[in-house]
Design a protein around this ligand. Sequence first.
Ligand SMILES: Cc1cc2nc3c(=O)[nH]c(=O)nc-3n(C[C@H](O)[C@H](O)[C@H](O)COP(=O)(O)OP(=O)(O)OC[C@H]3O[C@@H](n4cnc5c(N)ncnc54)[C@H](O)[C@@H]3O)c2cc1C
Length: 223
Amino acid sequence: MEYVKGNPYFGQVNEKIKQYPYLDKNISCDLLIVGGGINGAIVNYFLSQKYDVVLVDKSRFGMAGTSCATVLLEYQLDDYAEELKKYMNEQDIINVYRMGLESINMIEQFIKENGNKCHFRKIPSFMYTNRILGVTSLKKEHEFRIKHGFESIFYTSKNNPFPFKIKAGIYNIDGGAELNPYLFAKQLIENSKNQNQLYENTEISSIIKHKNSFKVSTNFYRI
Ligand SMILES: Cc1cc2nc3c(=O)[nH]c(=O)nc-3n(C[C@H](O)[C@H](O)[C@H](O)COP(=O)(O)OP(=O)(O)OC[C@H]3O[C@@H](n4cnc5c(N)ncnc54)[C@H](O)[C@@H]3O)c2cc1C
């Protein structure tokens, strides 16, 4: 299925990921990662530090969904905790918020160690409403965050410091970040420990399960 057309915005940079070869021989490995978008690149970066890992992509690394995202990295979710309580217990919600903050810190740590080659920057997060009916829910969300030790500032139309109108909003100075996801994937792939086990134009066409292993077939994929 072709789900990206044209030239994705974030891939239009001078510093392209170098072209990796396609797989044209039989190989074996402990772990195979299928797809070198941002998720495959992250998993490959960490696992290749310890294990025998092969990363393949049928197209070019980082050029599919990864290059089309808006790329707002936020610790908060689209739903408020009150809504999430219908599906999860309170402790799990707190853990999800903490993992969101930790993920942003881990990316920042990677950038500190490897240089900022993907335009990473931390930005505050701000969730707001322009509807009077939304104020109570936002206030509850703010109280949930404060109760569980998350930084949160509550603004209303009375103390609104922004040059646009709000009925209410919650602000977190450390809650977000932005970056170029294509360049981030490139940096992860170029800093991984398995440089001779990275393959592009290599489509996984079938996976057969054996007793203690998998047999995977590949095709040359022309973009
Ligand atoms: C318009 C839009 C806005 C978004 N905004 C945000 C946002 O603000 N914040 C946020 O966090 N997320 C956002 N997302 C979501 C985010 O972009 C995706 O979750 C993320 O990029 C997915 O990365 P991925 O590595 O899983 O997939 P992809 O980048 O799509 O990579 C999958 C790779 O797998 C390869 N592949 C597929 N099948 C095979 C096969 N059979 N063999 C070999 N390789 C194969 C493909 O070629 C591709 O390169 C947005 C997404 C879109 C579309």
